[in-house]
Every structure is written in C-alpha cells, then in structure tokens.
Design a protein around this ligand. Structure first.
Ligand SMILES: NC(=O)c1ccc[n+]([C@@H]2O[C@H](COP(=O)([O-])OP(=O)(O)OC[C@H]3O[C@@H](n4cnc5c(N)ncnc54)[C@H](OP(=O)(O)O)[C@@H]3O)[C@@H](O)[C@H]2O)c1
Length: 242
C-alpha cells in the first residue's frame, strides 16, 4: 500500500470521509486529497464505474450503486465525519436532489457535508451573471427535452441543502481545466465579483477546496464561488489587497 503523502498535514487522521461520486474526474481527485490527509475513505459510484477506482482498491472501501439510492447512501455514510458529494443533474429521475436528500437524511447530524455544483446555482439571488453563463444555463435547461439532463433538479438539490440545517457547504465551481495543482482556490459569496473574472479553476484544486472545506468552519453554511488562485483576476485582487 502506498503511504499517505508525508508533506501534507494529517488533518483526517482517525476520521472517516465518504465521497459520493468517487469515480468521476472530480471524485478521483477528492479521493487522492483525502488519502493524503489520512482520512479513511468510503467511495460511492455507479456499479459500472467501480473499475475506475481500481487504483485505490486496496486503500478505500468502494460501494457500488446509484448515488440517489437511499439504501446505498445510508450504508456508505454510516459513521462518517464528513460526506463530500458530486452533484450532477444526469437523467430526469432526481439524481442530484435524490443524492442530496439521502446524504442529508442519513449522515450523522454533526457531520460536515460538502457538495459541488457550478456558479449557476445562487443562494440569495444576488449573483450577477454574464450573458455567456445565462445562455449556457438556458441551453442546459432546454436539454431536458432529451431526458439526458435536468438542470432544475440541481437547483432543487441546492434548496434542500440550504434549508437543511446541517453543517453544509455548497462549493460553486467556475469553468474547469486539467493541469497540476496551483494551490487552494480563492472564493467570494457572489458571482459577478471581479475576483472571479477569470472564470477558471484546475479540477484538482476544486477537489482540494472540497476536502479542505471539511476542516474550515468559516465555510459552514456558505456557498463559496471559487476561482483558481493563480488566475489573473485572483492575482489582481491579491495585489490590491496588499
Ligand atoms: N465540468 C465543468 O466545467 C464544471 C464547472 C463547474 C462546476 N462543475 C461541477 O463539478 C462537479 C463534477 O464535474 P466534473 O465535470 O468534474 O465531472 P466528473 O467529476 O467527471 O463527474 C461526473 C459525475 O457524474 C457521474 N455520471 C456521469 N454520467 C452519469 C449518468 N449518466 N448517470 C449518473 N451519473 C453519471 C460520474 O460517475 P461515473 O464515474 O459513474 O461516470 C461522476 O461521478 C459537478 O458538481 C459539477 O456541477 C463542473
């Protein structure tokens, strides 16, 4: 078994974390960050995607099943101190909201719950969106006619989270790219803030933000909109702050 990364503080030692959607691109990065921090990891993914976690087979417990299957989630989150969930609006059978509801219902009452979505989700309606984002949202909503995607279900999931009274964080990601880590993304409460202008985050760092949020109490009941810390808009903001 590969040892945990010895340079990373072992903030997860003795704690159990469930990662719902562990086999996806974001999920696999989250598994890696969690193991590096010493968490015991339980990953949930669709049965057909279990082989995508083969690299981690001897280091994590994998539970195969749909993430909106309440019995699957009940088993997976048992005894977990933190549950990280990838919310995706696939299909027209409440995949996002079903996943969120099951996590909220079955996680320990004091567990840290961290969910992922995009900037399009708004908590208080005070986000301001570019025409590009508005057009992308309108297109994604229209895609419901194909029955492949139900963006509104992600909005329903967000409402469940906001009203849950749990120790939640809903991390709202910018556009994503692959590449080596640049460090922990920076965040703000509202889309439209010049800090976010660059609209780009490395996927590996989105995952880092999700895992680090577990031990950051200032993010409890927040919906941070994030952007890469090395992007031009983040750097310009940092310069102004000096
Ligand atoms: N992509 C972006 O540019 C972007 C931007 C902002 C925010 N986000 C947010 O980031 C998170 C992950 O996004 P990502 O792009 O990195 O994707 P990802 O990690 O590859 O996640 C996609 C997830 O969806 C699952 N999935 C795929 N097809 C499915 C289906 N037909 N039915 C059920 N589940 C299915 C995948 O599981 P399998 O392994 O089983 O396929 C995986 O867990 C999401 O919360 C998303 O809202 C993404």
């Amino acid at each position: 078994m590969e040892p945990s990364n010895p340079i990373v503080p072992q903030t997860g030692a003795g704690k159990r974390m469930c990662i719902v959607g562990a086999s996806g691109k974001l999920g696999r990065y989250m598994v890696r960050h969690a193991l590096d921090r010493g968490y015991e990891v339980v990953g949930v993914c669709r049965e057909k995607s279990v082989p995508k976690l083969a690299d981690y087979a001897d280091r994590i417990t994998v539970i195969g099943g749909d993430t909106n299957d309440r019995a699957v989630i009940a088993r997976a989150v048992e005894g977990c101190d933190a549950v990280l969930s990838v919310l995706v609006p696939w299909g027209v059978h409440d995949y996002s909201s079903g996943t969120a509801r099951a996590v909220i219902d079955y996680a320990k009452p004091d567990a840290r719950l961290v969910f992922s979505c995009g900037w399009h989700i708004t908590r208080d309606g005070r986000d301001t969106y570019s025409w590009k984002i508005k057009a992308a949202v309108a297109f994604a909503r229209f895609m419901r006619i194909t029955r492949l995607l139900d963006l509104d279900d992600q909005y329903r999931a967000a409402d469940l989270i906001f009203n849950s009274g749990t120790r939640w964080t809903l991390v709202r990601g910018s556009d994503l790219e692959e590449g080596p880590s640049e460090g922990l993304p920076v965040w703000t409460r509202h889309v439209g803030d010049p800090l976010l202008e660059s609209n780009m985050t490395r996927r590996i760092d989105f995952a880092l933000f999700m895992v680090e949020a577990v031990t950051d109490d200032s993010l409890v009941q927040e919906a941070p909109a994030i952007v890469g810390c090395r992007t031009p808009s983040a750097l310009a903001h940092a310069e102004k702050a000096i």
